[in-house]
Design a protein around this ligand. Structure first.
Ligand code: CP3
Length: 347
């Protein structure tokens, strides 16, 4: 077994000095890759997420192609809900759709907790991946992930993707006891999903609170932070570094850090230097605007250099896009970007 402990990604995730700026991309596996489209032909997203061989192959595709410093487990934030029996689907081009949205205490109590016996394919896939990744590019760490309680709650309460998250926030404001029960339920499910991945060999985790930017700092602290904090505290006990990411979170980076994060993920709208000023003694991850891949390569790499230079002020910096890879992205641009970041001289 190769010792991954000294990989650039894990060093940065722990806040240690690195041999080069590590880089990976949120949604690096997926529709921008022709090899992904090929293996997904005729296979529904949630079926792919339950097939260990497909999970291994899809997770490895971007690692082979780009030589990124970390793999991210191929799954989805709603997979654990599906695993406990929530009637939902991932509709292509739309996202997760829940058949019977959750609105009452009875609805919450009807959702079972997640136990490892419901996700044997996750354990099998992670174990298979960790075995394969040990010999890819001298050893590549695997990032496990889960959705944070607020973001997962939004899909459950709205019944699908939402811009305003109005029903979710209405429940939060008007029925605090239902909200609390829902957030506890999801926190337990997300923690169990992460524990399974770490037990099988994932060496870091990312908690996605993609839609937390819909909240004021005061509401985040009151209604959301304790539940995300519980998930992240459990991961600290397992000894894996934790990345905590959301979109549109310029006003929340301090409190998301305080929820528990070794590294705070920064979306592309927030200047990295400003983010570094508020996250305290933590690393940062990010945050090139994902549309820069559509610019000429020199424009993209010049902007990447600005991100790396800004990142020097942080305790540590993991390079990433400021949100997921856009499906129409040219993979060759991401290959050039990866090479540029890894070759960029350290200060
Ligand atoms: O490479 C990776 O980042 C790992 C795989 C991954 C997926 N979803 C695969 C996926 C991860 C980490 C996620 C997390 C996820 N899922 C989030 C948080 C990250 C973020 O983007 O903010 C959210 C909000 C979801 C919910 C979700 N699932 C959305 C919004 C969508 C896209 C809908 C669409 O078709 O545009 C999905 C589906 C999904 N999850 C796809 C993939 C590769 C596309 C499905 C397909 O290829 O048919």
């Amino acid at each position: 077994m190769v010792d991954l402990h000294d990989s650039a990604f894990l060093k940065a995730a722990r806040g240690e000095a690195v041999p080069h700026t590590p880089v990976w991309f949120m949604r690096q596996a997926g529709r921008s890759l022709p090899e992904y489209l090929k293996v997904r032909e005729g296979v529904a997203m949630l079926d792919a997420c339950a097939d260990p061989d497909l999970i291994v192959e899809i997770t490895l595709q971007p690692v082979r192609r780009y030589g990124v410093d970390a793999a991210i487990f191929f799954s989805d934030i709603v997979l654990p809900l599906k695993a406990v029996g929530v009637d939902l689907d991932i509709v292509p081009g739309v996202g997760p759709v829940v058949a019977e949205p959750v609105r009452t205490l009875a609805d919450v109590e009807a959702i079972p907790d997640l136990t490892p016996d419901r996700i044997p394919f996750i354990t099998a896939a992670v174990q298979g991946l960790v075995g394969e990744l040990a010999s890819v590019n001298g050893g590549t760490p695997l990032i496990g992930f889960a959705g944070a309680p607020f973001t997962v709650a939004s899909y459950l309460v709205e019944g699908g993707p939402s811009k305003e998250h109005a029903k979710t926030k209405a429940l939060m404001f008007s029925a605090p006891e239902v909200w609390d029960a829902l957030m506890r339920k999801i926190a337990g499910i997300s923690a169990a999903f992460l524990r399974t991945q770490v037990a099988a060999g994932a060496s870091a985790i990312q908690l996605f609170d993609s839609w937390a930017g819909a909240l004021t700092p005061a509401d985040y602290v009151r209604y959301v932070q304790p539940h995300s904090a519980r998930v992240l505290a459990e991961m600290a006990e397992l000894g894996v570094p934790r990345i905590h990411f959301g979109v549109g979170t310029a006003n929340l980076l301090d409190v998301m850090g305080e929820a528990g994060a070794d590294v705070v993920g920064v979306d592309w709208r927030t200047p990295l230097d400003r983010a570094i000023g508020v996250v305290g003694d933590r690393g940062v991850q990010g945050n090139l605007d994902p549309t820069l891949v559509f610019a000429p390569t020199e424009v993209m790499t010049a902007r990447a250099a600005e991100v790396i230079e800004a990142g020097r002020a942080a305790k540590s910096h993991i390079f990433n896009l400021g949100h997921g890879v856009i499906p129409s992205t040219d993979p060759d641009q991401l290959a050039r970007l990866t090479e540029f970041v890894q070759a960029y001289p350290l200060a």
